[in-house]
Design a protein around this ligand. Sequence first.
Ligand code: FE2
Length: 173
Amino acid sequence: MTIPQILEKMIAFSEGNIHDIDHLIRVWTYTKTIGELEGLEEATQFIAEVAAITHDIACPLCREKYGNTDGKHQEEEGAVLVRKFLKGTGLTEAQIDRVSYLVGHHHTFSNIDGMDYQILIEGDFITNASENGYSEASIRNALDRIIKTDSGKRLVREVFCIKPEEEDGTTVG
Ligand SMILES: [Fe+2]
C-alpha cells in the first residue's frame, strides 16, 4: 500500500473518533514535513510516515482496557496491534518490525536509534504541545533535550513563536 492508502485504512480504523483522526493527521504532516526538509532517504521516510500514521493505534483499546492512554501500556499494546493492522498491506516483515518498534517506543526519549524514530518524536511533540497548550518553558526544554533536527527546531520556534535565547537565558529581539 501507498501512504495515502495506509492513511485511509487508519482513518477507517479510527471509527469516527475525530480527535484521534485529527491527531494522527497532524503528527503525520509534521513528521513528513521534517523528514522531507531533512532530506531523509526514501525508505526511512516511508517508515517514519507509516509510524506517524499508526503511532497511537492502541488509544481506543487502552481507553477501554485501562481507562486512560498513558505511556507504557499504550506502547506495548500498540506494538502488537500495529502488526495486525499492517498485515496484508504489502509491507515487508522488516518494515513491519521497524514500525512496530517505533510505535512501541514513541513515548521513550532515550536511545533514539534512527532518523525515523527522531522525527516521529518531533512530529508528535509539536502536535501534543499545540493540542495541549504546553508552556513556553516546557517547549524551550524540549528544544534543548528532545528536538534534534534543524527543521524540527525551526518548526517548533515557528509554530510557537519561540525567540532564540542568548547564552545567559535572556530573550533576544
Ligand atoms: Fe501521539
